[in-house]
Design a protein around this ligand. Structure first.
Ligand SMILES: *[C@@H]1O[C@H](CO)[C@@H](O)[C@H](O)[C@H]1NC(C)=O
Ligand SMILES: *[C@@H]1O[C@H](CO)[C@@H](O)[C@H](O)[C@H]1NC(C)=O
Ligand SMILES: *[C@@H]1O[C@H](CO)[C@@H](O)[C@H](O)[C@H]1NC(C)=O
Ligand SMILES: *[C@@H]1O[C@H](CO)[C@@H](O)[C@H](O)[C@H]1NC(C)=O
Ligand SMILES: *[C@@H]1O[C@H](CO)[C@@H](O)[C@H](O)[C@H]1NC(C)=O
Ligand SMILES: *[C@@H]1O[C@H](CO)[C@@H](O)[C@H](O)[C@H]1NC(C)=O
Ligand SMILES: *[C@@H]1O[C@H](CO)[C@@H](O)[C@H](O)[C@H]1NC(C)=O
Ligand SMILES: *[C@@H]1O[C@H](CO)[C@@H](O)[C@H](O)[C@H]1NC(C)=O
Ligand SMILES: *[C@@H]1O[C@H](CO)[C@@H](O)[C@H](O)[C@H]1NC(C)=O
Length: 663
């Protein structure tokens, strides 16, 4: 690119960017017809309990389980603050917002609670203990004080204190949970808790300081006459800039608080000074960015020429570790895999592709870490050094590695029988109908995985958490013994997620994640045990973990289903029909109970892998287990939590042997 051409494109970019910013300054509006990836949902921010699911915002948890939904509150805001008024200009902005919400009872037979609100707040953070009557708007400490800095239009579904009109009203709250005005919706033919969609329009006129609320019940297509209209000087009550969004809560009374769509149109009263600032800083930022990109491209090219310098630590780190596996030449691995021929592709993982190869007449599997994943490199060193030094007959063996020309490659032994999921669920893609695994084989596989996991948790120098135990990560060798594979993948995913406050993507695989994962947000020994429990149930029942009921993406259908069968004292009915009854019923029941015990909702109650092994070998009886699913109890912190770190590899002493103590 010649200098003048470069200058030309820079000028063009400036012009486009400047134009873009200008139109943004002119107007504060957004529209979410729904909350799916087609709409820019990353413009929203969520408190820990709220998230997007089912194309809508779930302001409070949407899990169909009592224990998660009791006494919760949540908030969701538009990330960018809205300028409500300007002191220097002496003006207030008007706005007009329309949203559709649905409140559904969790249990149709019990009373619902507590409510949902549209809020304007100075502070985006969810107030502590704002569940129950506080509707996520404020709490006992800030109620009635101007420090609350919040104005809300509440849709209250429960009369929770004497001043509350009824369990079906709209109210206007200003820095207090006691509404300055409330109107019962019964008179308008609206029942908030009938599970119907309700459209609401809140209009604020900044010229005469009036706020109005209109409601349309589902499907009628027309708003009813203004339900509430009253004077309110927002400039007097709130700071110049506020967050706009929703809050909601539950108490011992439960409901789902769902926002289905949301449109907001507000005046932009941006100050001149701000506009000037934009015009000065934006070009400066653009110039810095472009020079950055140019410099980076230059640097990248240089660095590609001498790849060995780019990550000098890799070789030293790997060579320095005790049982360093073989270091292959890129040339050898290219040849082995037919230059990474797509026809030799065995599978695709989170951060690379696995190819089949032939090295010295021996079949191998070669994982090629994708070049543009930064985590790939950290994972690479971790996998080659730490996992590479693990030796166990039920772990997939790492043969060697290669780091050359920016390529990160790991060589494993080849597993002719591919992965366990193909055998228990069949391979839909290939249309292969595998012969069903016999009870003997299933028992051996479970035992093998337990041995591998006990070794990782308790048997090697440093404790290793696998974090992604699932059927597709269990390889089968030629004798159908289980080999645990794909290490560190989950850790890689976890690390990128730890800092992310939204739960849009969660570490691990849905269906295998312990309930507390959502609360403590990280993996522990006990979450591995939980995933192992799910795997046991899958293998015995021949079912995928999440497919027992339709609308669940993470509450472990198979586990709930088995608790249900256990309650009805017919747990053996769950067994895979493909086994055609060919198994020892007592032994099977014992193993199902063991699987369920591993999936105990409380991490403290789950057996250690050491205990699991003793049960499997008959040294100990199956654990005692309640006849009904126990409730999840706070605190969720599992016993090992304190020693856990963000790393997959925990420096810790071997766990003391946990005796069975009379179980
Ligand atoms: C969500 O809205 C987009 C338009 O923004 C539309 O294309 C899409 O079909 C909608 N999705 C659902 C699930 O309603
Ligand atoms: C929910 O909160 C109420 C009031 O604070 C309390 O009485 C009740 O015990 C709480 N329920 C649970 C399950 O913690
Ligand atoms: C608010 O917006 C809706 C649609 O966006 C419009 O139909 C309505 O007239 C507006 N109301 C006011 C008072 O501006
Ligand atoms: C909340 O504050 C209001 C004053 O704004 C007061 O009347 C009310 O009793 C308070 N409610 C609670 C539950 O403390
Ligand atoms: C709620 O919706 C049901 C149908 O889903 C309808 O029969 C009922 O009349 C609606 N109730 C209200 C109050 O809108
Ligand atoms: C609202 O609907 C729910 C669920 O259908 C029902 O239990 C309740 O009695 C209704 N409330 C009123 C005031 O009609
Ligand atoms: C609300 O109305 C829309 C169409 O207007 C309909 O698709 C939807 O099923 C209704 N929802 C409920 C809960 O009645
Ligand atoms: C405020 O102005 C709006 C129109 O912008 C009008 O509909 C409303 O009646 C006015 N309210 C008062 C109290 O004057
Ligand atoms: C609203 O409050 C602001 C800030 O206290 C004040 O400057 C303004 O005069 C008030 N507006 C009206 C109409 O009273």
């Amino acid at each position: 690119m010649s200098f003048s051409r470069a200058f030309e494109s820079l000028f063009l970019a400036l012009l486009l960017l400047g134009g873009g910013i200008l139109t943004q300054v002119g107007c504060f509006s957004f529209n979410f017809p729904n909350f799916t990836d087609q709409n820019p949902v990353d413009l929203l921010m969520f408190s820990p309990n709220s998230r997007i699911s089912g194309a809508a915002i779930q302001v409070t948890p949407d899990v169909n389980t009592k224990s998660y939904t009791i006494n919760q509150s949540g908030r969701t805001f538009y990330k960018k603050q809205f300028r409500l008024w300007s002191k220097s200009k002496g003006v207030a902005a008007s706005f007009n917002t329309t949203f559709v919400f649905t409140i559904t009872p969790l249990d149709p037979n019990t009373p619902v609670g507590e409510g949902l609100a549209f809020i304007l707040a100075a502070d985006a953070a969810l107030p502590e203990s704002s569940y129950g009557q506080w509707l996520g708007i404020l709490n006992a400490a800030t109620n009635g004080s101007s420090q609350a800095n919040v104005v809300a239009v509440e849709f209250d579904t429960r009369k929770s204190y004497p001043e509350d009109l009824d369990g079906n009203h709209v109210g206007l709250d200003v820095n207090s949970i006691i509404s300055i005005k409330q109107v019962s919706l019964g008179g308008y033919g609206v029942n908030l808790t009938a599970g119907n969609q309700t459209s609401v329009r809140v209009v604020f006129d900044g010229k005469n300081n009036t706020v109005s609320v209109l409601v349309m019940s589902n499907g009628t297509g027309e708003y009813m006459p203004v339900i509430m209209s009253l004077p309110l000087n927002l400039s007097d009550r709130l700071p110049e800039k506020v967050f706009v969004g929703f809050s909601a809560s539950t108490s011992n009374y439960l409901q789902q608080n769902i926002i289905n769509s949301w449109e907001f149109v507000g005046d932009d009263i941006g100050e001149d000074a701000e506009l000037l600032w934009v015009w000065i800083t934006v070009p400066a930022v653009v110039i810095v960015l472009i020079s950055g990109v140019v410099f980076y491209m230059y640097w990248e090219r240089k660095h590609r020429e001498r790849p060995e310098d780019a990550y000098p630590m890799i070789e030293d780190q790997i060579r320095g570790s005790s049982m360093a596996p073989l270091n292959f030449k890129l040339r050898e691995l290219r040849k082995a895999t037919g230059n990474f021929n797509p026809r030799n592709k065995l599978g695709q993982g989170g951060f690379g592709t696995v190819y089949k190869g032939l090295l010295a007449n021996k079949e191998v599997a070669v994982k090629r870490v994708s070049k543009d994943s930064r985590q790939g490199k950290q994972e690479f060193v971790a996998e080659v050094t730490t996992i590479g030094s693990l030796r166990h007959k039920n772990l997939v063996k790492l043969i060697g590695w290669c780091y050359e020309k920016g390529e990160l490659l790991i060589v494993y032994e080849y597993m002719p029988n591919s992965s366990l999921d193909k055998f228990i669920f069949g391979d839909e893609k290939l249309g292969l109908q595998q012969p069903p695994l016999s009870w003997e084989k299933r028992r051996t596989i479970i035992h093998g995985v337990a041995l591998a996991l006990d070794y990782l948790h308790n048997g090697c120098e440093k404790r290793v958490l696998h974090r992604d135990i699932k059927a597709s990560n269990i390889m089968l060798d030629s004798d159908f013994s289980a080999r645990l594979g794909d290490f560190g993948l989950a850790r890689t995913i976890q690390q990128s997620d730890v800092t992310h406050h939204s739960t849009k993507t969660i570490a691990g695989t849905p269906g295998y994640m312990a309930p507390e994962t959502f609360l403590v947000g990280r993996a522990t020994v006990e979450t591995d045990v939980y995933a192992f429990g799910v795997l046991v149930l899958e293998v015995l029942c021949g079912r995928k973990p999440g497919n027992q009921s339709e609308h669940n993406d993470y509450n472990n259908g198979i586990v709930y289903w088995l608790w249900e069968l256990r309650r009805e004292e017919r747990i053996v009915d769950a067994v895979d029909s493909k086994l055609a009854g060919e198994f020892d019923e007592d032994e099977m029941a014992g193993m199902l109970v063991l699987g369920l015990a591993c999936c105990h909702p409380n991490p403290h109650q789950r057996p250690s892998m050491r205990t699991v092994l003793q049960v499997l070998t008959g040294e100990a009886p199956p654990p005692l287990l309640a006849a009904e699913r126990p409730d999840f109890v706070w605190p969720a912190m599992p016993p090992s939590f304190k020693e856990d770190t963000d790393n997959a590899f925990i420096k810790s002493q071997l766990t003391p042997f946990t005796a069975l103590a009379g179980r």
